[in-house]
Design a protein around this ligand. Structure first.
Ligand SMILES: NC(=O)c1ccc[n+]([C@@H]2O[C@H](COP(=O)([O-])OP(=O)(O)OC[C@H]3O[C@@H](n4cnc5c(N)ncnc54)[C@H](OP(=O)(O)O)[C@@H]3O)[C@@H](O)[C@H]2O)c1
Length: 272
């Protein structure tokens, strides 16, 4: 593929206008929704805390917010009744270790694994893309430092969700970040969120085969999801993404080409 031109083969991706987001009130999710709105996509968000979501996005005409809990498939089905969606992005999560966020059974097994499974179960067969935010290390959960992170199974549960998605037949993209930095920007408004930058760690490394180790800005995870959605070369692919010290100075009009090069180079390097 000629990397100097934006991929022409994007017939599926170009049809996407309405996107279902799960985890919209979370660290990655807030930035993701802000970026999607800024690019004039229509968003449907299913959240368990309506007040929090209204406070964050309530003023935007591009978003419809419904109440639902990922642990209850029926609540998701009810929220999505009569809604047409083209793509889904799941950035659901909870803490890797026991915390107050696990109360009521909101643990990695029920969110990262069974919750995503509930979501995948109710997707329309003509969905154009399902993007799942997972984690680096899911294929190395026996190795340090992932062994520690996986003490309560979070990486294994995320890997299970990845595999369910892969065998679902839906066109998928899996984005695996390293340890997340930047945010959550819980008290910021949408305009502030889309202008957020990731300090000195702005260089982006994309890989395949679960070989990377490092940290990833939530801003970059959100951007990777938005740009992957537009590129057919990311369909049925899994990418790890980390940030290193360096600059990111990509003008908006070159962003898609930049990400296309990152994604296709990762694929080429992986097949060497
Ligand atoms: N933290 C890390 O270092 C790290 C590293 C690699 C990958 N990741 C993964 O990256 C993704 C994004 O991380 P993040 O830190 O930005 O996420 P986060 O802030 O923890 O957000 C999680 C989102 O999931 C929602 N959620 C949780 N339980 C739910 C339920 N029962 N029903 C509906 N929604 C529910 C939360 O809603 P509420 O706002 O209502 O809680 C929130 O919107 C996650 O999948 C995470 O596991 C994280």
């Amino acid at each position: 593929m000629n990397k100097n031109t934006i991929e022409q083969l994007t017939p599926e991706s170009s049809k996407i206008t309405t996107i279902l987001v799960l985890g919209a009130t979370g660290g990655v999710g807030q930035i993701l929704v802000a970026k999607l709105i800024a690019q004039n996509y229509q968003i449907i968000a299913i959240v368990r805390n309506m007040e929090k979501a209204q406070k964050l996005f309530g003023d935007s005409p591009n978003i419809r917010i419904f109440s639902g809990d990922i642990r209850q498939q029926k609540s998701l089905e009810k929220s999505l009744e009569n809604q047409q969606i083209d793509a889904t992005i799941s950035c659901l999560g909870t803490t890797a270790f026991p915390s107050t966020r696990w109360w009521g059974g909101n643990n990695p097994e029920n969110i990262d694994y069974l919750g995503n499974q509930n979501l995948i179960n109710i997707m329309p067969p003509n969905l154009k893309r399902f993007i799942l935010v997972s984690s680096v290390g899911v294929e190395r959960s026996e190795e340090f430092p992932y062994k520690i992170l996986n003490l309560f199974g979070v990486l294994d549960y995320k890997f299970k969700a990845e595999n369910i998605l892969k065998s679902s037949g839906l066109p998928y993209t899996i984005i695996r970040p390293g340890r997340l930095t930047d945010g959550p920007y819980t008290s910021y408004d949408l305009n502030t969120l889309i202008k957020a930058t990731s300090g000195n760690y702005q260089k982006i490394i994309v890989g395949q085969g679960d070989k990377l180790l490092g940290e990833t800005s939530r801003i970059i995870v959100a951007e990777a999801c938005v740009e992957a959605l537009k590129l057919d070369c990311t369909i049925n692919q899994t990418f790890e993404i980390i940030n290193q010290i360096g600059k990111y100075e990509i003008p908006d009009h070159n962003k898609l080409l930049f990400w296309q090069t990152l994604f296709t180079t990762a694929q080429e390097n992986n097949s060497l």
